[in-house]
Design a binder for this molecule. Sequence first.
Ligand SMILES: [Fe+2]
Length: 435
Amino acid sequence: MSAEVTKEAVETVLDRARARSLLLTDCVDDTELIAQHSPLMSPLVWDLAHIGNQEELWLVRDVGGREPVRRDIDDMYDAFKHSRPTRPELPLLDPAESRQYIRTVRGKVLDVLADSNFDGKPLERSGFAFGMIAQHEQQHAESMLATHQLRSGPAALVATPAPAVRRKPLHDEVVVPAGPFVMGTDDEPWALDNERTAHQVYLGPYAIDRFPVTNGEFIEFIDDGGYSRPELWSRVGWRHRIDAKLTAPLFWERDGSTWWQRSFGTDKPVATRRPVVHVSYFEAEAYATWAGKRLPTEAEWEKAARWDPESGRSRRFPWGDDAPDETRANLGQRHLSPADAGAYPDGASAYGVQQLIGDVWEWTSSGFHPYPGFHAFPYREYSEVFFGGDYKMLRGGSFGTDSVACRGTFRNWDHPIRRQIFSGFRCARTLSGHV
Ligand SMILES: [Fe+2]
């Protein structure tokens, strides 16, 4: 998405989001759509109608000023009013009604889009509300993908294999010298409130891993007693490790000397060159301590990803300002797994750090706080109510994230115990002296 947003571009991202939602819900039968596959997730049919309801609220009613389609269901699909475990008890629209509802809403939205001139009220400027809704639908598509990973039963999704590398690359660190950089954005048209404003941050020298930590590296941590050595864990992390009986990443199982991983209904030996996924913040933190390192802060992650020391500006993406494509990042549920470390050399940042965008969300050590000059837009519930909560920031997007909901400035947050999300990490280290 360039700074100049066209209606064609808006329609493309809305269409792509809808195709994804339908693919994720048409591949299983109605019983599976209504079922709750895990108390951590909504029934898929709730996600589907909720997507339509948010689209109706923001685009049909607010931007378009049109009559409500289904005002009577607003409460049921309000994520703040009903927590995930309670959603199956609601008198939800059934699958056929949900599909009809989202189709009706989308038809009206296309009329609103045709009438909009992308200026006037802030919500409409550069098509922001349309972009926000496309991002929202794709974020639910990623949640629905997580639901698919949690459901039992045979595989329902098909994907092409992720790219592999023939020779294992050197898993070294990249040095980022001390100095200022620009964090956040003022001019990304569809950036959300928490990504704003652009501001200068000074960082001391540090080193950051060129690649996310791989399964093979994580197995070394397990084999070295990583899950049974409290000194590697934070106090709260260790308590959680004991309570939740963590012994390996989620969906892993050991058979003799082989680790197996369940992935969307199929069991496969763990692929050692791929970034590890489905680990909590606490596991990432323990690994980093074991490796003699630490997790990067959010600012360190973003400087390594976006700052171009030569031009003295921050890029939209690690490789530059062009939108992601399949040669640069593993996004968009194309492969349904991370790709080998080293599979995207063309996606390297100015410092040479790779696979920052796509593959796995990367835990950072930072909590969720506003940037200087923050103001809530378009509503407090998007970000502000979460500031200062029990969250850690995740950056970069995963193989399950669409490019519309992923950029160098995009900020995601979750509880440190979470691991049904597509979460991994890379490590960093403070350097002393002049670099
Ligand atoms: Fe939502």
